[in-house]
Design a protein. Structure first.
Length: 229
């Protein structure tokens, strides 16, 4: 049974500052992801990979089609979900690792990661947060410092730890290894493998060919969803 299914999904942007020009990005997006499976979206820059992830997460409104997410015994169509439903799915069903870390300033790195479980679970989340930071080679002496003081690669590893901490059924990864060295790329590959073993359905964008081949159960070229000029 699929954890996630897109059927005929499409996205068009309206450029309000350019006389309302409509810019079609993707159309007819069809894909399904089962629990324990990783599907990697491939294609050139600008082909719509990140737009597809953001439609699944609800950051971009899907203009046509369905985005069906399994939540327990229910199925929710994100394309037609109310904002409150979308927020609920983000807390309980869909995790997301973006390319950039956006957090409240001056919060220690350990708490930035632990807060992924919610403020009320901060203390309970710190041990697992620390474990992830160790695996991603963030020295313990940095855990009490805010990530804004870190290098770009360190910030990305904080972002990865934050995204991998909750045990959610669906995980979206947007270039998680782009700024990482070989050792940390391998650490991410191991974390993805563990998520898959625990039944997570993963959709990823990964340009590194070695990482892509290591994590992908299926690779989908999104140029097939490109809108004809």
């Amino acid at each position: 049974m699929d954890a996630l299914r897109l059927s005929g999904a499409a996205k068009t942007f309206t450029m309000h500052l350019q006389d309302g020009i409509r810019l079609a990005v993707v159309a007819g997006v069809n894909l399904a992801v089962e629990p324990g499976q990783c599907v990697v979206l491939a294609g050139p820059s600008g082909a719509g990979k990140s737009s597809i992830l953001k439609m699944i997460y609800g950051s971009y409104r899907c203009d046509q089609g369905e985005i069906l997410v399994r939540h327990g015994n229910a199925v929710v169509d994100i394309a037609n979900a109310q904002p409150r439903q979308t927020l609920h799915l983000r807390r309980h069903v869909i995790g997301y690792v973006s390319q950039f870390l956006r957090v409240v300033p001056r919060v220690p790195a350990l708490d930035v990661v632990a807060e992924a479980l919610g403020r009320s679970c901060l203390a309970a989340g710190r041990p697992r947060a620390g474990e992830l930071l160790r695996r991603l080679n963030i020295p313990e002496r940095l855990w009490g410092l805010p990530p804004a003081t870190f290098s770009g690669g360190e910030q990305q590893r904080i972002n990865i730890a934050r995204g991998f901490l909750p045990e959610l059924p669906i995980l979206l990864l947007d270039e998680p290894t782009a700024s990482l060295d070989a050792d940390n790329r391998e650490a991410v590959v191991d974390l993805v493998a563990e998520k898959k073993r625990r039944g997570a359905a993963i959709v990823a964008i990964v340009h590194d060919e070695d990482v892509r081949n290591a994590i992908a159960d299926r690779i989908i070229d999104v140029t097939r969803f490109a809108v004809a000029a």
